[in-house]
Design a binder for this molecule. Structure first.
Ligand SMILES: [Zn+2]
Length: 417
């Protein structure tokens, strides 16, 4: 949650003093032109792998605020326009909790985009000063009815998580590093493995350069300017995620935390159109429709989306780099055998079990088992014959000019005894 004032405070606090190399500030980044050329070259190699039978892929955004939140001024029209521009299939709006969400909030099908009702409820903050304190929250995704706070408008956390669950909605921990009482993770269905606002905050030393580029050369090069600032691996979140998935399915999602509330030099530094493009959540929803009828298949519904997320059939992708639609991660019965599990699924250990990840753009695959990288491969595909139980997940990076930049984070396939 970033207010304009906090953002500017932070930028000033890091200031020019941060350009001291030892602090890592003002680190060398390739030119805007070099990044643009590299992205164009990557995108020209796009070839989508064949889709997995029985599933339809949808692409959207989780964690966005409108003017029902105290820290956003975005109108519903602005939110929808940005969703339309980015051709999103779904958008989970998560305004800070107010009962008005249930009477005035966006919901349901709005043209081509399905708007799913969610809320964000603060779960308290860690100790520390304004710049070091972190505040966690829970995103309730797919909420049907208002939640009822206890006495003095205070939430009883146990009751809160239970009522989210009773409504069939998902509890996703946002800004998880701000969680004071980590025992609440046990109630949650998943967590943010990335959040744009958290990432910018972690990279305060780079903000002055961003503002400088922003002032000079923004209109034509917005994506290339923003990319080095926000396309980052969130190591802490990923390590925690790997810890939780060891014992149970725990969904990892990217949070856009879109606010459109940071104005500098007379324009928004964080317009919805940019936030919605930067990182997307892709889900595989079960299709009940025969392949031949796909063109007539009914679109996504809130129930289908929540079910797909709950099952962990999702991956996060920085589509600012390239469109990750078509990425697949599945378990096959033997090399070249039938698909027996997709990302998010649990599958029993068996002879011949082979994991196959395929990317629409050539990249660097990294396969992790129980949080430990066990295999790296460059190209369009990674295959791995499974020889032991474990939680297997895949990350894909793309080479942009001088370095591999994170691109895709897939939910795991759980190989159980
Ligand atoms: Zn938020």
């Amino acid at each position: 949650m970033w207010t304009r004032r906090r953002f500017i405070q932070a930028a000033l606090a890091s200031g020019l003093g941060a350009c001291v190399p030892v602090l890592g500030g003002c680190s060398r980044e390739p030119s805007v032109g070099a990044i643009r050329d590299a992205l164009a070259a990557l995108r020209s190699q796009q070839v989508r792998p064949p889709s997995v039978a029985g599933y339809v892929e949808f692409r959207g955004v989780v964690h966005a605020h409108s003017n029902l939140s105290h820290d956003s001024t975005g109108t519903p029209q602005e939110v929808l326009e940005a969703a339309r521009l980015n051709r999103l299939d779904f958008l989970v709006v998560t305004d800070h909790y107010t009962p008005r969400i249930f009477t005035e909030g966006l919901e349901g099908r709005q043209g081509a985009v399905l708007v799913v009702r969610g809320v964000e409820i603060a779960l308290g903050c860690t100790r520390g000063g304004a710049l070091t304190r972190r505040c966690a929250s829970v995103l309730a995704v797919g909420l049907r009815e208002p939640l009822v706070p206890g006495a003095n408008e205070q939430w009883d956390w146990d009751a809160l998580f239970q009522s989210i669950q009773r409504q069939g909605a998902l509890s996703i921990i946002a800004h998880p590093r701000g969680m004071m009482n980590s025992s609440y993770f046990r109630y949650a269905d998943g967590m943010e493995i990335y959040d744009i606002a958290d990432t910018v905050r972690d990279r305060l030393v780079d903000v002055p350069r961003f503002l400088l580029d922003f002032a000079v050369d923004y209109a034509d090069s917005r994506d290339e300017i923003v990319l080095p600032l926000i396309v980052e691996r969130s190591g802490w979140n990923l390590a925690e995620w790997d810890r939780f998935t060891k014992t149970r399915r725990f969904i990892g999602l990217a949070g856009n935390d879109a606010h459109q509330n940071l104005r500098a030099f007379g324009r928004y530094a964080d317009p919805y159109a940019l936030s919605f493009k930067a990182v997307n959540t892709h889900v595989l929803a079960a299709s009940e429709t025969a392949e031949s009828l796909k063109a007539f298949a009914p679109g996504l519904t809130t129930e289908k989306l929540v079910a797909a997320l709950r099952a962990g059939r999702a991956f996060a992708a920085f589509n600012l780099l390239a469109d990750a639609t078509g990425f697949r991660f599945a378990a096959h019965a033997g090399d070249g055998g039938a698909v027996i599990a997709v990302l998010g699924d649990e599958v029993p250990m068996q002879a011949g079990l082979t994991l196959v990840a395929q990317s629409p753009v050539p990249g660097l695959f990294e396969l992790l088992r129980d949080g430990v990288p066990i295999r790296r491969r460059e190209g369009r595909e990674l295959r791995h014959r499974v020889d032991r139980t474990g939680v297997y997940r895949v990350e894909v990076s793309l080479k942009v000019v001088d370095r591999w930049r994170p691109w895709i984070f897939a939910n795991p396939i759980y190989v159980r005894a």
